[in-house]
Design a binder for this molecule. Structure first.
Ligand code: PBG
Length: 332
C-alpha cells in the first residue's frame, strides 16, 4: 500500500475534517430502501401489546395492521415480514394450522394487500408458530423429520401465495426445501412469487425474545441444533447458500446479523446475489436494553449498527428498527 502515500504529505484526517467532506467520501450509505420491517401479529381485535423483552416493539391484531403499514409506506420502506402469535389451542404436533387458508398469517396478508397493495409482503415458511412442539419441523420420536416437513412447507407456501404473499422466506433449515417450494409455487401458477431463503441460519441464543413474542418458547422442546447451523462454522454457510441458489432462491439471508458480519461478507463476495441480513430480536434487545439504562445513545447506535450491515455487503436488512431508522434518515 506504499504507493498510496506517506506522512506528512499524506494526512488521513484531511478527509475527515468537515461534515461535507466526510459525506463526500462515505463508501456506504443507508436508506429506507434497505429495510424490511418484521411485524408480530396476534389474534383478536384492537389488540396492541408490548413485547416485554423488546422495548418499543408491539404485537398487534390484524385489524390494526393497515395503520402500521401506512407509516411503513409513508417512509418508503419497501417491505414487511409477518410473524404470527398463534392461539395455543390451534397448535398441534402436525402443525396443520400452517396450511389453513384462513389462518392468522393469511388474514394478515389480505389486510395489508387491501390497504397497501404496493408494499412487499414476506412470510416465513416454517412450522414453529403452529407446532405444539415449538419446532420448525415435525418432531417424531425425538427427531425432526426432513422430507415430511418439506411437504408441509410446500403447502404452507402455496397457501400464503394464494393469500397474496409476495416473498416466501423459508426459515426452517430443512434440506432441499427451496427446490421443492419453488416447484410447488410454479405448479400452482406462482412463478413470480419470490423466495428469500434463510440460507445460513444459525442455532442462536439471540432468538430468545422473538420466541417470547410469538409464544413459541414455552412450547419448544429441546433446541434447534439438528437443523440450524453451528455458530462455529463459516465454510458450511457457503455450501448452504450455494445449494439454495442452485435450487432457485432469489435472495439469500444470513441470520443473526451483527455477530455474523463475516458470513455476510463471504457470501456476498462468493456469490454476488441479493444478500440480506436479519438483525434479530436478541440484538435489538441488547441495544435497547443498554439504551434504556442510559448506557448507549439510541439514534447513533441505530444508524451505526444498520450501516455496518451495508459495509459488510448486505443489500438489505430485516430490522425491528426499520421505522425509527427511516425517520432518522429522513430527518437528518
Ligand atoms: C422461526 C424464526 C425465528 C426467527 C425468525 N423465524 C426463530 C427461530 O428460529 O427460533 C428469529 C427472529 C428473531 O429472533 O428476531 N422459524
Amino acid at each position: 500500500m506504499e504507493f498510496l502515500g506517506r506522512f506528512p504529505t499524506t494526512r488521513m484526517r484531511r478527509n475527515r475534517r468537515d461534515d461535507w467532506n466526510r459525506r463526500l467520501v462515505a463508501e456506504n450509505t443507508l436508506s429506507a430502501d434497505d429495510f424490511i420491517l418484521p411485524i408480530f401479529i396476534a389474534e383478536g381485535q384492537g389488540r396492541r401489546e408490548h413485547v416485554h423483552s423488546m422495548p418499543g416493539v408491539e404485537r398487534i391484531s390484524a385489524d390494526l395492521l393497515a395503520e402500521t403499514v401506512a407509516e411503513v409506506a409513508a417512509l418508503n420502506i419497501p417491505a414487511i415480514a409477518i410473524f404470527p402469535e398463534v392461539d395455543p389451542t390451534l397448535k398441534t404436533p402436525d402443525a396443520r394450522e400452517a396450511c389453513n387458508p384462513d389462518n392468522l398469517v393469511c388474514r394478515s396478508i389480505k389486510a395489508v394487500k387491501a390497504a397497501h397493495p404496493d408494499i412487499g409482503i414476506v412470510c416465513d415458511a416454517a412450522l414453529d408458530p403452529f407446532n405444539s412442539d415449538g419446532h420448525d419441523g415435525l418432531l417424531v420420536d425425538g427427531h425432526i423429520l426432513n422430507d415430511e416437513t418439506v411437504e408441509i412447507l410446500c403447502r404452507q407456501s402455496v397457501v400464503q401465495a394464494d393469500a397474496g404473499c409476495d416473498v416466501i422466506a423459508p426459515s426452517d433449515m430443512m434440506d432441499g426445501r427451496i427446490g421443492s417450494i419453488r416447484q410447488a409455487l410454479d405448479d400452482a401458477g406462482y412463478a413470480d412469487v419470490r423466495i428469500m431463503s434463510y440460507a445460513a441460519k444459525y442455532a442462536s441464543a439471540f432468538y430468545g425474545p422473538f420466541r417470547d413474542a410469538i409464544g413459541s418458547q414455552a412450547a419448544l422442546k429441546g433446541d434447534k441444533k439438528t437443523y440450524q447451523m453451528d455458530y462455529a462454522n463459516s465454510d458450511e454457510a457457503l455450501r448452504e447458500v450455494a445449494l439454495d441458489i442452485d435450487e432457485g432462491a432469489d435472495m439469500v439471508m444470513v441470520k443473526p446479523g451483527l455477530p455474523y458480519l463475516d458470513i455476510i461478507r463471504r457470501v456476498k463476495d462468493a456469490f454476488g446475489v441479493p444478500t440480506f441480513a436479519y438483525q434479530v430480536s436478541g440484538e435489538y434487545a441488547m441495544l435497547k436494553g443498554a439504551v434504556a439504562n442510559g448506557w448507549l445513545d439510541n439514534d447513533r447506535v441505530v444508524l451505526e449498527s444498520l450501516t455496518a450491515f451495508k459495509r459488510a455487503g448486505a443489500d438489505g436488512i430485516l430490522t425491528y428498527m426499520a421505522v425509527e431508522a427511516a425517520r432518522l434518515l429522513r430527518d437528518r
